[in-house]
Write a protein that binds this ligand. Structure first.
Ligand SMILES: [Fe+2]
Ligand SMILES: [Fe+2]
Length: 167
């Protein structure tokens, strides 16, 4: 077996997140349609647009390293998105739905944050400065998204879910 290097790891992990982002961009409209609050719908819609830009950035990174842009099945994101689908189904029409959707979406953001954090550091180590900057741009976007989801949960969704349980 040929020896695997950090270059291999970097390319494989790029394929993982490329696969994940292309799944996420399809899942966000479902989350937006399902959400009760207008603010949460808008947050999902905004992040869908951002995610399209993130996919383009990944394609630029593939180009920088001179490799073909392709996805590699990511079981982690499949599982996280399946949990989101479960919430959509099982909590449809309830006051707890938005709190559940926010929690599911934050699991996605945290997955992305760990991937982009790693990829950015590897890009720097491998001397791909421009790629590191692109990956950092997305990393910041995922962090801001995570924070705004926390704000939405604190502002209303958790209280609504709790109010429903008290009722
Ligand atoms: Fe993303
Ligand atoms: Fe994201």
């Amino acid at each position: 077996m040929a020896e695997k290097t950090l270059d291999n790891l970097f390319y494989d992990t790029l394929k993982d997140i490329y696969y994940a982002e292309r799944k996420i961009v399809k899942s966000l409209p479902k989350m937006a349609r399902g959400a009760n609050s207008a603010d949460l719908k808008a947050a999902f819609e905004k992040h869908r647009e951002e995610t399209e830009g993130q996919i383009e950035r990944l394609e630029q990174v593939f180009e920088i390293i001179g490799k073909r842009a392709m996805g590699k099945t990511c079981d982690a994101i499949e599982g996280i998105l399946a949990e989101g689908d479960e919430i959509l189904e099982e909590y449809a029409g309830t006051a707890a739905l938005d709190a559940g959707l926010i929690a599911a979406a934050q699991a996605v953001e945290h997955y992305e944050i760990t991937r982009y954090g790693t990829l950015k550091r590897w890009a720097t180590l491998l001397g791909y400065e421009e790629a590191a900057a692109l990956l950092d741009e997305t990393l910041q976007q995922e962090s801001v998204t995570d924070e705004s989801l926390t704000a939405l949960a604190n502002a209303a969704a958790n209280a609504e879910a709790q109010g429903a349980s008290a009722a």
